[in-house]
Each structure stands twice: as C-alpha cells, then as structure tokens.
Design a binder for this molecule. Structure first.
Ligand code: AMP
Length: 404
C-alpha cells in the first residue's frame, strides 16, 4: 500500500508548529509546537491522537534540533519520521510571489525562488526556508511540498492587485498586493459552498478570517478576486497588533515630525497598533469583558475594529455584485458572537443579518447563523490550514506518482 501520512510543518522564526495527518480518512495522529527556539527556555508540546499531551522545556538552539526533538516525540508514539507510511512533508510558505500559484514540489530552483522573495517577506520566508532545509536533511528521499499563503490570491485581477503608484517603480521592487492567509481563505470558501449545498463555482463568498492577524477576501466562483492584505500582512483590517489600513503619509509624518526611524515605525505598526495599541489588549475575550464592564477605551477599540470590518464587507459586496454568504473564521470569527453580530448590524438592506440564538450558540463544525429566510447566508466555518496543506500536499504527490 502506498504511504498516506503527511507531516505539515509551519516554521516561524522561533517556532515550529506541526501536525501529522493520515490522509486515508483525515485522522490527526499528532499535533505539536516548539516555541522559543534559540532561547534558553525553549518549550515543546506534543499531543498524540489519544490526547495525552507531553510537555518538555529546555534549550533547543536551532530549527534542526527542534525538528529532531519533534521526530523523537513522534517516534515515541510509533510515528517516527523514518516511517514508510510517511508520504510527504508539506510546508507552509508565506510568500510565493506571482510565480507560485499552486502547491509545488520543492527542488533547488523552488528553494532559490523562495529565497529571492525574502525582500518582500523578510520575517517569514527565511524561517520557512530553514524549516524546509532541515526537513530535507532529515528525510532527503521524501517529497517536500511548499504550500504558499499567497497562492490563492494570485487570481486577483490587476485592478485589485496593483497599487496606484508609478508602474516602473512598483515593478522594479515587485510592489503589488499579494494577500496572505490564502490557505485559510481557500479552505473556508470551499467549505462554505459545501455548507450551502452548492458547488464552489456557483457561489460568491466574503470570507472574514479574524484571528490575531486578520484578513477579508472576496471569492467569486471559487476564485479570489480581492483580499485585504497587500504587499505585506499589514494592510486591511484592524488586527490584534497591526494597524491595518492607514494613510501612508502617517509614516512620513512620524519620520519627519516624530523623529522615528523606519524600523521603529515598522514595529509600531506591526506590533504596537491595532487592538493592543488602541486599548492595551489584543485578546477579544478580554476586550469584550472590559466592554461589558463599561471600559471606554475597550469600547472605542471594539468600535474601530467593527467599523473597519463593515467597510470591507460593504466594499467586497460591491466588488462581487451578488453575495451568497459572509463567512466568519479563525479565533475571533469562530468564537466571538458579539463581533459577528456587530459586523452585520444595520446591513439588513444588503440582506445580511444574524439570528440571535443561532449566533450565540456554540457548535463544532461549519454552521449557519443567519435567519432561515435570509437573502445572504451568514456562516461560521472553522478554518483548518493544516488539513488544507496536507490535502494539497498529498494530492500533489499522488498526482506525480511519487508518494514517499
Ligand atoms: P488565531 O490567530 O486564529 O489563533 O486567533 C487568536 C485570537 O482569537 C485571540 O487573540 C483572541 O482574540 C481570539 N479568541 C480566541 N478565542 C476566543 C473566544 N472564545 N472569544 C473571543 N475571541 C477569542
């Protein structure tokens, strides 16, 4: 029998998240995380399918040691990386530029291209590359597949992807809107179509991926036609710690009048803005608790967050012309009923509303939260980026006749 397991790796600068999935039925065999790589107190948390988590703390100096520790944990459950059941390793790669529109089997040319894209993804692509190279070292015989965060958005028309700046300058520096969270938008828009009982080609969906990072996308017939993140993940919605949209002149002003450097402003806009900049908290649970307790700063942060969200719903409604569903996903989108309710409040004229009881209810899978007779469905669809990466990876290695 050909191998059916896929290891999914999401390598950050100081962390590696992983999942081992069996594509024959989709079982999650193990889930884990290595954090604070390179620090004295690194941490590994490994959870096998039976749920009995194991945690370990100590020094993990680099990604190679991290992956070796992961391999050792997997081996304890009889799931070692040397297993013949492993078909491939699927890597999340944040930036694939314009070249990578599909998941891609990694070879030297692919590695070189991911490296060439470092200037537009300086935080993410180097870490992704390290993860890939380390995994290649551990299992050189195994197909390694890159699944790009940007790929789903490469179908955006030029009218949505280009900034209105001098074309030569933009092209010389590869400045355009690439979009991110694409794996999530792809998965969630497809699952939304399934929830509506229709083919993805037949439905138009607005996906709101609201996690600590947040992005919206307009998906027409299964293809992305616009998304809120741009050259980097900074553009668009108000996020946990990122500002989202702002007048670019704010940056010149901070440089000229505020005396701040480019790096300081980068940190301000990416790490000290958004909800945390507005009210000191970036966790929506805490913000809602404060709002309910009458905290004015938390209330204003929440209102700004919702105002921006509404603007994007309206904009993408206009971009799509006809909308079949507005879909909420990720940590905030899946859990914060108050955000969903506030985001569509007053949009009855667009056919949008939530049913109070359905919206407040909890549920594990994809579910509708709009009234039964709603013109536009409002849905909650839990995202599953690891499953999507594994599915795409497995499909690709099977298609190329090269699993394991
Ligand atoms: P993610 O990036 O998708 O993991 O989302 C993380 C964010 O989801 C956290 O920072 C919280 O703001 C939010 N979140 C998680 N659980 C809840 C919850 N039960 N209610 C409201 N927000 C939540």
């Amino acid at each position: 029998m050909s191998p059916t397991r896929v290891l999914v790796l999401n390598s950050g600068s100081s962390s590696v998240k992983y999942q081992l999935l069996d594509m024959r039925g989709g079982a999650r065999l193990a889930v884990g995380l290595v954090e604070r790589i390179g620090e004295e107190k690194s941490r590994l948390k490994h959870t096998p399918a039976d749920g009995g988590s194991r945690e370990w703390s100590g020094s993990i100096p680099d990604h190679e040691s991290a992956l070796k520790s992961v391999a050792a944990e997997l081996a304890k459950d009889g799931l070692g990386l040397d297993s013949e059941e492993l078909a491939a390793i699927g890597h999340r790669v944040v930036h694939g530029g314009l070249r990578f529109t599909e998941p891609t089997v990694i070879d030297d040319a692919v590695l070189a291209e991911i490296e060439r894209l470092i200037p537009v993804a300086p935080l993410h692509n180097p870490a992704n590359l390290t993860g890939i190279r380390t995994a290649q070292g551990l299992r050189p015989d195994l197909p390694q597949v890159a699944v790009f965060d940007t790929a789903f958005h490469t179908t955006m028309p030029e009218s949505a992807a280009r900034y209105a700046i001098d074309v030569e300058t933009a092209d010389a520096h590869r400045i355009r809107r690439y979009g991110f969270h694409g794996t999530s938008h792809a998965y969630v828009s497809r699952e939304a179509a399934r929830l509506l009982g229709r083919a993805p080609e037949d439905v138009n969906v607005i996906v709101l991926h609201l996690g600590n990072g947040a992005s919206a996308s307009a998906v027409r017939g299964g293809r992305c036609v616009d998304t809120s993140m741009g050259l980097t993940p900074l553009e668009g919605l108000v996020m946990g710690t990122r500002s989202g949209d702002l007048d670019p002149a704010v940056i010149f002003h901070l440089m000229r009048v505020g005396g701040m450097s480019a790096d300081e402003i980068d940190t301000l806009l990416n790490k000290r803005s958004g909800l945390i900049g507005l009210c000191g908290d970036n966790d929506m649970r805490e913000i809602r608790r404060r709002v309910d307790a009458g905290d004015e700063r938390a209330r204003l942060a929440f209102d700004i967050y919702i105002h921006r969200l509404k603007k994007y719903i309206g904009a993408y409604y206009a971009v799509l012309g006809r909308v079949d569903a507005v879909v909420f996903t990720a940590g905030v989108g899946e859990n914060a009923a108050a955000v969903r309710e506030a985001a569509v409040a007053g949009l009855e004229g667009l056919g949008l509303a939530v049913d109070g009881e359905l919206n407040a209810g909890r549920g594990d899978g994809a579910r509708l939260v709009s009234p039964a007779d709603a013109r536009v469905a409002v849905a909650v669809v839990p995202t599953d980026e690891e499953m999507e990466i594994a599915t795409q990876t497995y499909a690709l290695v099977k298609e190329s006749g090269n699993p394991g």
